[in-house]
Design a protein around this ligand. Structure first.
Ligand code: HBI
Ligand code: FE
Length: 306
């Protein structure tokens, strides 16, 4: 997900309900710095799907992938949740940019999800439509070497390395499909901003308890060289027990490490707590001011670090 694009969209007051393809290119594709989205959108089908032209990747790009992979692989033990570590091994993607079709076949056997190749960010309703149908959109392009540590738009390393391993967990896989369905509904109810915060603080930056201590399941952290250590150890950030309404009220940072992380006990909690109809929650929260990212409300406890 691209937070800058999304925030711009939300703050411009663009109603998600009338967002369509034209709006996407007119209002979303033109970023605040005047540039346009990076991908090649000239060959998309009606779902924004393209072919992954694997043969077109250069040896230098595969080498860059290997460097990114190796840095992250070293950071993963003792920090990522079990399903991430196990699935990453099964995917066997350390040697170069993976062929989506091969990984998609493995994933389909495990949880019935498939991977589809996309040029980059796609309009909200397209993105959620894919999720609602158990298809995960993966960007085809890889960052440039100068962007080794930080990338503004999601690339193939973030999308694939960060997101795909979690889809091997059946509960998480079901949750993400329900999220897609819920987001399509939220677009009609004026709840998309709140649902985007939910996605941000779970799918992108979520932490999970394990018998051995806190672990990471959020893709934004798992594909980041620096935040993976910061999020588990830094006293500068808060770690709060996951609570749907609290999460939906909380603003997030798009240009720094998160100041608050929300911790789930297990994936079943994420699934169960997000199962109810959010309509009344949206109505309640629309009447409240959102909370800054570093807020600790009276009565809340910052989870202690072991
Ligand atoms: N498109 N390819 C892609 N990847 C995303 O993560 C993404 C997107 N379009 C919209 C979007 N994310 C967000 O608006 C939602 O996750 C809230
Ligand atoms: Fe992402």
């Amino acid at each position: 997900m691209n937070a800058k694009v999304m925030e711009a969209n939300l703050e411009s007051g663009l109603s998600a309900a009338d967002s369509n393809t034209d709006d996407f290119f007119a209002a979303v594709a033109e970023k605040s710095d005047g540039t346009v989205l990076r991908g090649d959108y000239s060959k998309i089908d009606d779902q924004y799907v393209v072919k992954q032209d694997w043969d077109a990747y250069t040896p230098e790009q595969h080498a860059l992938w290997r460097r990114l992979y190796q840095r992250q692989a070293k950071l993963i033990p003792g920090r990522a949740c079990d399903v991430f570590i196990e699935s990453l091994e099964a995917l066997n993607i350390g040697d170069g940019i993976p062929r989506f079709e091969e990984s998609s076949a493995l994933l389909f056997k495990a949880t019935g999800w498939t991977l589809v190749a996309v040029p980059g960010l796609v309009p909200d309703h397209i993105f959620f439509g894919h999720l609602a149908n158990r298809r995960f959109p993966v960007t085809v392009w890889l960052r440039d070497p100068e962007e080794f540590d930080y990338i503004v738009e999601p690339d193939v390393f973030h999308d694939f390395f960060g997101h795909v391993p979690l889809l091997f967990n059946p509960i998480f896989a079901d949750h993400l499909q329900d999220y897609g369905k819920g987001a399509l509904k939220a677009m009609k109810l004026g709840g998309l901003g709140m649902l985007a915060r939910l996605y941000w603080y779970t799918v992108e930056f979520g932490l999970i308890q394990s018998p051995e201590g806190l672990r990471v399941y959020g893709a934004g952290i798992l594909s980041s060289g620096g935040e993976i250590e910061h999020c588990l150890t830094s006293p500068a950030s808060l770690r709060l027990p996951f609570d749907v309404e609290r999460v939906m009220r909380t603003l997030y940072k798009i240009d720094s490490y998160q100041e608050t992380y929300f911790v789930i006990n297990d994936f079943q909690q994420l699934f169960d707590d997000t199962a109810p109809d959010f309509t009344p929650i949206y109505e309640r929260l629309k009447a409240l001011e959102p909370l800054p990212a570093n807020t600790l409300l009276p009565g809340e406890t910052n989870l202690s670090l072991k």
